[in-house]
Design a protein around this ligand. Structure first.
Ligand SMILES: [Fe+2]
Length: 252
């Protein structure tokens, strides 16, 4: 059975009467979910960080209610640099790895509360190792917030996961499901790169995008987006980034 996974990221959720950089992020999230769910019903959802924009617990609860109003599927949320992990936990967001038949989706926490740069520690790697060791799945999809590759924008690349190949190599060698791919957010744009035969996929934000290859912070004209992944029983992954209808999508 091929699994359909919906990745949404960098929702920067604020309450419906508020905006971030001129975008009503609750409304744009709703538009993304409406379009995605009209395309298909996901077997799982991954929310890869910056769930909120310096959210309080009540805002995370509202985010989760809006998400579950649209989609009833196993969900994995992970924290990004705009998130406060304790508030996510208190709001009972789903933070545990997903076991989906022959696949496991596990998060590597790359964040520190309210700091922009990625932070990976032996303890965070040990969490991934324990999750992999306890899984009966054959294939693994890794989710992080920060990119596992350079995206070509220096102001973003300085905060990416350092030594991404070392991190991926260490995770690939941990006992458990074989690492087949990795997804991330933070870059607010579509990214497609490779580490050996492992696709590294960055996904547009559900609110605003950053201009690719920009030397400094610059917003792109593209609208909200998301990503579909198809995880096959043989361990292969096919995927496409999608933008809201009416926003122009570049070829990747
Ligand atoms: Fe973000």
């Amino acid at each position: 059975m091929t699994l359909k996974v919906l990745q949404i990221t960098d929702c920067h959720f604020v309450r419906p009467e508020q905006e971030v950089l001129g975008v009503g992020t609750a409304a744009s999230l709703t538009s993304v979910l409406a379009q995605a769910l009209a395309e298909g019903v996901p077997d799982a959802v991954v929310v890869s960080g910056d769930v909120g924009h310096e959210c309080a617990q009540a805002d995370y609860r509202l985010f989760h209610k809006m998400l579950t109003d649209y989609v009833d599927a196993p969900t994995l949320c992970l924290p990004g640099n705009h998130d406060v992990l304790a508030a996510m936990e208190a709001a009972e967001l789903p933070l545990e790895p997903l076991e989906l038949g022959s696949w496991q989706i596990v998060a590597l926490d790359s964040h520190e509360d309210l700091l922009p740069e990625a932070s990976i520690s032996p303890m965070k790697m040990a969490v991934v190792a324990a999750a992999k060791a306890g899984s009966a799945a054959r294939h693994g999809l890794l989710a992080t917030h920060h990119p596992l590759t350079e995206v070509g924008a220096p102001w973003l690349d300085k905060d990416r996961i350092q030594d991404p190949h070392g991190v991926l190599d260490e995770i690939a060698r941990m006992p458990g499901p074989r690492l087949r791919g990795a997804i991330f957010g933070h870059a607010h744009q579509a990214v497609e790169a490779w580490f050996e035969d492992i696709p590294l996929l960055g996904t547009p934000s559900t609110c605003f995008q950053f201009k690719p290859q920009s030397a400094t912070f610059e917003l792109d004209d593209l609208g909200p987006g998301y990503r579909w992944l198809k995880l096959a029983d043989d361990g292969s992954i096919s995927s496409e980034a999608v933008w809201l209808t009416g926003s122009e999508a570049p070829a990747i």
